[in-house]
Design a protein around this ligand. Structure first.
Ligand code: MG
Length: 229
């Protein structure tokens, strides 16, 4: 039997970083683009790091082909220090669910995130969650939007399963309308959790996810929701 592949978003879904990500962006923008207004006016919630870099370059009138890659490298270098200095945390029920699901042979946990691979890994290692994602996942790569990252996740999961995955064999769990939209783009069931920095439960429900919760349910309820006995 093909297992259920659960694709997890990181920020606002697994962890909160206490603003470390935004502070690292502000510093990267100051360093590379010489601007002190950071991400003011730029939508960052649920948007991939590669897309944020392009938007920041456009806002600064900078050549994005040259400056966006430099911004992303600066972000990778600056994020660890900011994360160490912040009061980040693992969100409620996350560790319990990852432990419960990783103990099952009918579920595979993977990542589907707008983080760069290096920063996503660093964040999860910092909170001792990286070990739950042996099966890997899809991260932000220059030139891809959130839907492109979702297609990459489906491809990686299909390779892991040894067959093409369809519809309800995949579940996307995330905290923004972008997570819901990218999950729908690959035909996955979408579970929205209102534990992020920006979006309320009502915001998320407007995107018509498959299921929506104020916070991640406990393992018994999440398994029941996903139809896992
Ligand atoms: Mg998120």
């Amino acid at each position: 039997m093909t297992p259920t592949y659960v694709f997890w978003d990181i920020d606002g879904t697994l962890i909160r970083t206490g603003g470390a990500g935004l502070r690292a962006w502000d510093r990267a923008i100051a360093e590379v683009l010489g601007r002190s207004d950071g991400l003011a006016g730029i939508d960052t919630s649920g948007v991939s790091d590669a897309e944020i870099a392009v938007a920041a370059c456009r806002a600064a009138g900078a050549d994005e082909a040259g400056a966006a890659p430099r911004l992303l490298r600066a972000l990778e270098r600056l994020l660890p220090g900011e994360l160490r200095a912040s009061g980040g945390r693992v969100l409620p029920n996350v560790r319990e669910n990852l432990e419960a699901l990783s103990g099952r042979d009918d579920v595979v946990n993977m990542l589907l995130t707008g983080n760069l691979a290096a920063t996503g890994r660093f964040k999860l290692e910092s909170f001792d969650l990286w070990g739950f994602f042996d099966a890997g996942g899809a991260f932000s790569v220059e030139g891809t939007d959130r839907a492109g990252i979702a297609r990459r996740a489906r491809e990686l999961a299909g390779r892991h399963a040894g067959r093409t995955l369809v519809g309800e064999q995949m579940v996307v769990i995330g905290d923004t309308p972008h997570d819901i939209a990218c999950g729908k783009a690959i035909g996955a069931r979408t579970v929205a959790v209102a534990t992020g920095r920006v979006h309320t439960l009502a915001d998320l429900q407007r995107g018509e996810p498959w299921r929506a919760f104020a916070a991640l349910p406990d393992p018994v309820r999440l398994c029941a929701t996903l139809g896992l006995d």
